[in-house]
Design a protein around this ligand. Structure first.
Ligand SMILES: NC(=O)C1=CN([C@@H]2O[C@H](COP(=O)(O)OP(=O)(O)OC[C@H]3O[C@@H](n4cnc5c(N)ncnc54)[C@H](OP(=O)(O)O)[C@@H]3O)[C@@H](O)[C@H]2O)C=CC1
Ligand SMILES: Nc1nc(=O)c2c([nH]1)NC[C@@H]1CN(c3ccc(C(=O)N[C@@H](CCC(=O)O)C(=O)O)cc3)C=[N+]21
Length: 294
């Protein structure tokens, strides 16, 4: 069996087009232009790539994009002052602080300083708690993208066995909550879990968010399962160049799985598209407008 490839590029482009339509409507009917501020501390080259693609796609959707680049040795007080300024700025509806932050900064303090209504990453404890409680919340973009990709294969996830490998606040934990909201039965695995291959064997849906290149092997996968690869790992190839690989051994797993996401061209595409969705939703909520159609 050869798996169907879930095309994140196509699905993300469709989503961005729907966002752009809604942005145009909100601008026309309410004179509101959704705005996203991205804060990048330091100059990690991989982070710069993501930040640039967020910037381009935000503008392409008709939204305002604000980029703030700070040096790696920025004082925590200065970063907090910038966040306060963005919290008060009426043209900014979404604030994203690119992670990980340099070790000299206290991530929890920084995240807690973001206005939960502008927290388009869904990382503030208000939003994380609301999501865990099953209440409406701004939810993290990557897990939202994973759910949309899964639903491109399965109209309903009710009663399906899912395994999420990874329990970070950015990906694994919120993904578990979204899957629960979809009435899936969820196993959460992490670095202390025993016998991952056996835990995966029952899963109809496999999500890998670990950061270990090609860790998940064909022998772990139930034939026909849907496999969603969140991992973004840069492997060195010849003459200083790198190649992106996921956490799934794509080639061999695609011989067993029913459907699989590629890296690149899978979840990463959806992350940026869902960031636009969250910014649009935040802008509507902040202005007391009805929920947008996306
Ligand atoms: N495509 C996209 O849009 C995005 C991709 N990513 C990528 O996804 C991956 C995960 O990101 P993130 O969640 O932020 O990473 P973290 O490093 O924060 O979390 C990794 C998780 O994997 C678990 N883990 C580590 N080693 C193993 C192992 N051998 N077996 C089982 N579990 C293990 C850890 O367990 P423990 O908790 O016990 O330490 C932890 O829960 C990375 O490759 C990242 O680049 C991230 C965000 C967006
Ligand atoms: N506060 C915060 N929120 C995040 O959502 C966040 C973060 N910090 N830190 C880093 C991770 C990683 N991340 C990605 C976003 C897009 C792609 C993406 O667009 N990937 C393309 C390929 C990009 C390339 O070629 O380099 C793809 O997979 O097709 C990947 C990874 C968001 N993250």
């Amino acid at each position: 069996m050869t798996a169907r490839i879930i095309d994140g590029k196509v699905i993300a482009a469709e989503l961005r087009a729907r966002v752009a339509e809604e942005v145009a409507r909100v601008k026309r009917e309410h004179q509101v232009t959704p705005g996203l501020a991205v804060v990048l501390v330091g100059n990690d080259p991989a982070s710069e790539v993501y930040v640039r693609s967020k910037h381009t796609q935000t503008q392409a959707a008709g939204m305002a994009s604000f980029e703030h680049k700070l040096p790696a040795d920025v004082a925590q007080a200065n970063l907090l002052a910038l966040i306060e300024k963005l919290n008060r700025d009426p043209t900014v509806h979404g604030i994203l602080v690119q992670l990980p932050l340099p070790k000299s900064l206290h991530t929890e303090t920084i995240i807690n300083a973001i206005d939960p209504a502008k927290d388009v990453d869904g990382l503030h404890p208000n939003n994380a708690g609301r999501l865990a409680g099953g209440f409406a919340a701004l939810s993290p973009c990557t897990p939202l993208g994973c759910i949309i990709l899964t639903k491109s294969v399965h109209a309903s996830l009710e009663g399906m066995n899912a395994i999420v490998i990874g329990r970070s606040n950015l990906v694994g934990r919120p993904l578990v909550q979204l899957l629960l909201n979809e009435n899936a039965t969820v196993t959460i695995a992490h670095s202390r879990s025993k016998d991952l291959p056996q835990l995966c064997a029952r899963a109809d849906l496999v999500y890998a968010a670990v950061g270990k290149p090609e860790m998940v092997r064909a022998g772990w996968i139930k034939p026909g399962a849907t496999v969603i690869d969140v991992g973004i790992n840069r492997l060195p190839i010849a003459d200083g160049k790198t190649r992106l690989v996921g956490d799934i051994a794509f080639k061999e797993v695609s011989e067993v799985a029913g459907a699989i996401t590629p890296v690149p061209g899978g979840v990463g595409q959806m992350t940026v598209a869902c960031l636009l969705v969250n910014t649009l939703r935040a802008a509507c909520a902040l202005h007391g407008l009805p929920k947008p159609a996306v």
